[in-house]
Design a protein around this ligand. Structure first.
Ligand SMILES: NC(=O)c1ccc[n+]([C@@H]2O[C@H](COP(=O)([O-])OP(=O)(O)OC[C@H]3O[C@@H](n4cnc5c(N)ncnc54)[C@H](OP(=O)(O)O)[C@@H]3O)[C@@H](O)[C@H]2O)c1
Length: 305
């Protein structure tokens, strides 16, 4: 699969990342087959979090991939920490404990990348810096990133954290594209002009932070899948027409739309269906025209001034 550089790190990563949040919906045999298919596709980048399935997802993954030293060096593992029941927690103590828990469940000595999962209102960036230093020194984590963070939150971290922030995982799909539409509707008196995220898209491009779009097939906040959904007739008609043109499925086009953006994003897919996994990976080889990209943007109800 085509690769990109992850932020300013030396890591070359496949353009499609495999999200493991839903892997606990599979039987052990299904999980094994799913991960085998991923590897066959060159999709060797796996996204985790300590909270997925209450920790079960990391365990199921390690079992299903038959984790050992040989496998470990062929894959890239990213996990996240900072979400706790009823709160967010970026304290040094919590970050260090969370990583130890993930390493144990994943049966590995190190994470390639650790992300802070969701902004903690009580963050003490000095503590985050101490935690990152300790994790880097001990070799438990190689690279660091964030998720769901605005530019100023990243700037605050950067005042103390010396490791580069290599990625920012953000909710982004064709039907959830405010970070794109507000850049198109600058200064207009319409809803799309509202800048909800402090121009995070431009900020990440300026600072070489790879955006990892999460929930690339969902609309709303886990409300459902827009593909084949009668709530989005125009969007599906447009996607289907373009899919037919390229001889691929609608799944491929949904991911190709994200990959066409020059920010060089790495979508994190959440499907546990091997056909949809393979179709998502095919997007790495599709380059939509400008006309096709904007047609899909508009068909989803996103507006141009
Ligand atoms: N950083 C964060 O805050 C955050 C938040 C959420 C998720 N994530 C990460 O992002 C990954 C992806 O998130 P996600 O799972 O919500 O994203 P997603 O890929 O948009 O959604 C996957 C879900 O949609 C279903 N689906 C996809 N295409 C379909 C179709 N054409 N027809 C019917 N069902 C379809 C899948 O079912 P099938 O399995 O049957 O295909 C699966 O249940 C997660 O695994 C996780 O790693 C991060």
């Amino acid at each position: 699969m085509r690769t990109i550089q992850l932020g300013t790190s030396p890591l070359q990563v496949p353009v499609v990342a495999v999200g493991c949040m839903r892997i606990n919906s599979l039987t052990p045999a299904e999980a094994e087959r799913f991960l085998q298919t991923s590897l066959e596709q060159g999709a060797n980048f796996f996204d985790h979090a300590d909270v997925y399935g209450g920790g079960k997802c990391e365990e199921i993954f390690a079992e299903a991939i038959h984790m050992n030293d040989d496998i470990r060096e062929k894959i890239i593992i990213q996990s996240k920490c900072g979400i706790r029941q009823g709160m967010f927690d970026f304290s040094k103590e919590h970050i260090l404990n969370a990583v130890d828990g993930s390493l144990k469940r994943l049966k590995t000595d190190y994470l390639d990348i650790l992300l802070l999962h969701r902004p903690d209102a009580l963050v003490e960036p000095e503590e985050v810096a101490e935690a990152f230093d300790a994790l880097e020194r001990s070799g438990k984590v190689r690279y660091f990133g964030v998720s769901n963070q605005k530019p100023m939150q990243i700037e605050l971290l950067k005042k103390f954290v010396k490791q580069p922030i290599v990625t920012n995982q953000l909710q982004l799909s064709i039907t959830n594209a405010t970070m794109i539409s507000n850049g198109i509707n600058v200064n207009m008196e319409n809803e799309s002009a509202v800048d909800r995220d402090g121009s995070i898209l431009d900020y990440c491009r300026l600072h070489d932070i790879t955006i990892q779009p999460w929930s690339p097939f969902q609309y709303g906040f886990f409300e459902g899948v827009f593909l084949g959904n009668e709530k989005f007739p125009e969007l599906n008609q447009t996607i289907d027409e373009i899919a037919a043109r390229y001889g691929v499925s609608n799944t491929t086009i949904a991911i190709a739309w994200l990959l066409r953006h020059p920010a060089k994003m790495q979508p994190v897919i959440g499907t546990m269906n091997t056909t949809r996994l393979v179709d998502s990976c095919k997007a790495a080889d599709i380059y939509l025209t400008r006309e096709e990209w904007y047609a899909i943007y508009r068909a989803a109800g996103n507006i141009l001034p």
